[in-house]
Design a protein around this ligand. Structure first.
Ligand SMILES: Nc1ncnc2c1ncn2[C@@H]1O[C@H](COP(=O)(O)OP(=O)(O)O)[C@@H](O)[C@H]1O
Ligand SMILES: [Mg+2]
Length: 264
């Protein structure tokens, strides 16, 4: 079975998707096989990886695998990504579209939170890591991922509200996942500070995050770089020379990931 890692924060826009996709890229460059499971109905990770929904072909998405609620159903929705890079074949995608919203309404059904565990059963044995890109919440879609994950990585900005949201995620992982999601070994492995700028306020908030999360803060923090945002919206890997700086930051962050997250 793959080592499954959920990328979480219940605040939006802090860089969860960017970090999930760029860690997948860094791991692929290290020769690891990675499955990205897009758990956000906005489908940003799917798009960033160069996947597009073709309404003629109607490709399957993670929503169908969750709805099916049968062992290994995710196997049928795993697809190649759209990047042109030598390592692109190391990354596979279980994509999402807005239809994933429909799974929320079923949250109250008996054992609904186990549906992703069931769908992934045997479906990700061929990869080293499965990364869940979660929506900005700790409700049902994120809980599906947290029930299936071994590890959690929080992404935050050096911002008071993002750090408060990160604390709520830690509390959820520690207090509720063991009982409510029957996942007592789920472990917070790291906190990534993203989009750091050289301002006094950010430095103060970064120090505050270090006081709160201590050694869980991963190095390096990811600096705010327009080239990183542009590579995301252009749905391309960080191979362009203009992306040299973010590429180097994520290569280092990948090494931290490999030290902090046990392998399968
Ligand atoms: N380090 C960064 N530097 C510049 N822009 C960034 C950085 N990280 C994320 N962004 C941009 O911020 C926006 C939100 O990032 P995203 O990864 O989608 O966050 P989330 O998944 O938490 O909602 C996107 O437009 C993204 O390109
Ligand atoms: Mg996102």
């Amino acid at each position: 079975m793959a080592r499954r890692v959920a990328i979480v924060n219940n605040k939006g826009g802090v860089g969860k998707t960017t970090v999930a996709v760029r860690l997948a890229e860094g791991l692929a460059k290290e020769g690891k096989r990675v499955l990205v499971v897009d758990m956000d109905p906005q489908g940003n990770a799917s798009e960033m990886l160069g996947w597009t929904y073709d309404p003629e072909l109607k490709p399957p998405t993670i929503s169908q695998a969750i709805k099916a609620n049968t062992e290994g159903a995710a196997r049928g929705v795993i697809q190649p990504i759209g990047w042109d890079a030598p390592y692109a074949g190391h990354i596979a995608l279980a994509p999402a579209t807005l239809k994933l919203e429909n799974r929320m309404a079923e949250a109250g059904l008996s054992c609904a939170w186990r549906r992703l565990v069931t769908a992934l059963d045997g479906a990700d044995d061929h990869v080293d890591f499965t990364l869940f890109d979660c929506p900005p919440s700790v409700f049902h879609l994120t809980q599906l991922a947290l029930a299936a994950a071994h590890d959690v990585v929080i992404v935050t900005e050096a911002d008071i509200y993002a750090i408060e949201a990160a604390k709520r995620v830690r509390a959820f992982v520690e207090d509720r996942a063991p009982k409510d999601l029957a996942n007592p070994t789920l472990t917070l492995r790291g906190v990534v500070i993203n989009a750091l700028t050289a301002t006094a306020v950010q430095a103060e908030q970064r120090d505050s995050a270090r006081r709160i999360f201590g050694d869980l803060i991963w190095d390096p923090s990811i600096k705010h770089r327009t080239s990183l945002a542009e590579a995301g919206t252009d749905a391309v890997p960080l191979t362009d020379p203009r992306c040299a700086e973010p590429r180097a930051m994520f290569e280092l962050l990948t090494q931290t990931f490999l030290k902090a997250v046990p392998s399968a």
